[in-house]
Design a binder for this molecule. Sequence first.
Ligand SMILES: *Cc1c(COP(=O)(O)O)cnc(C)c1O
Length: 508
Amino acid sequence: MPTDGTARAPEGARREEILERLRALRAADAPTHGGRVLSYVYDSGRAELDQLAAAAAAQMQAVNGLDPTTFTSVAVLEREVVGFARELLGGDDEVVGSVTSGGTESCLLAVKTARDLWRAAGGVGTPRVVAPVTVHAAFRKAAKLFGAAFDGVPVSPETGTVGASAIVERLGDDVALVVVSAPSYPFAALDPVVEVAAACRDAGIACHVDACIGGWILPFWVDDDGAPLSSWNLSVPGVTSLSADLHKYGYAPKGVSVLLHRGRDRHRAQYFATTDWPGYPVVNPTLLGSKSAGALAAAWAIIQALGAEGFGELAAQCLHATWVLRNVIERIEGLRVMGEPVGPLLAVAVDESVPPERRVDPHHWADAVRASGWILQQQPGLVQSDGVRLPHTTHLTITPVTESKLGELSPVLSAAADAVRGIPAVSPADVLNALPGGGAAVPQDAAALDSDSAAALLGGLGLLGGANGALPEQMAPFLALIEALPHPVSERLLTELLARVVEPRPAP
Ligand SMILES: *Cc1c(COP(=O)(O)O)cnc(C)c1O
């Protein structure tokens, strides 16, 4: 780097050196393309779409999305993206909305908007957000950030679904928002949108459909009989808002989602505006101030290129791949697919209907699959408020590129199950006892952990010090530990782990 303090363009060789280091770092990442990572990334399998997105984002590199009256392109792109989304998602011309930086921001703003409207309508005290426990964690985050209470409704441990009545019986004057998912991330359950939204409407309560993962693909989904899905979007009376991520099945680079509201006044409640400082008048529809318009432009370009027809073709590839993988997994003795998944997601649990020696633990299975170079996502079990435990599962997100990889992936899934069949799940108690000092060494109270003691515990677990923050190869014990610890303790340890990963290190 120049040491004389001048800002100058790096010379050719230096430029190459910089980019070479980045390439080397990127080479160590899990692969973002090719279908080997079945979560986090959404590969359309069409290189020309990625190139189009990159070119569109590059054109916006220097733009500040903060002010669409100065950078008028931003207004046009956002208007067209919201317009396309509204039509796709059952909205009429009373539906308006915003482009946000991602699903979490859309969910946060849905809660903030509902809370502010609830207060404006006379709500006092702590507002409540009611949702199935399977609703995305972003809603727990929103409740925490915006001073609401999160009320998680238990779901069935067999199917991951919830009946409408279990949600409706919790409605009351203190409820600012009810959230249902289309579908839920953990189990791909399509919540009872029609019934819940109708009850919310009768009670004058806002109802959000979290279609972050489903929004850009369920419009093209069909059930096992080939019939389109029954109503789940803004066409349903009583649904007041809906979120849908473009950086998932919109195939855009990370950083773009839409949040739609029924009614202009509801949308306006999302905004923050102030003229109460000596700087420029601030009007923020979303959480950020200055912001990139790169991902917006990329999403817009992909929408122009694909149109509904193109999205439909990619959805058909996902549908086919999901159907095949579901059948492959259902034929594996000892595993079961949770419930009736709706959309390109599967959650896989142990099949307890077969004798223990024939069962396959889904986390050992995922570890064995990973050893063959495919990354599935392990989800911990959860004890719900009614005491009923949801099983730990392994999650697969299926994308268009998966279809071309079925021939490679399917035998890997079966062989991995054969390799671990009969091995019991890691016992959380055993993991605790294996710690230096045994389970007694683990504090039951997160407040007793400071950064150093948390790091010492992680070190004892072999979880610190991996190259570039990489995790161990066997993740099943780690997931068991998460389940065994009191949640505030595991949350503190995970915070420590992720914070240590980004701490500056002494030069080698
Ligand atoms: C991904 C997801 C979110 C959160 O989105 P991010 O883009 O990761 O912030 C919310 N809800 C559901 C159902 C999701 O799948």
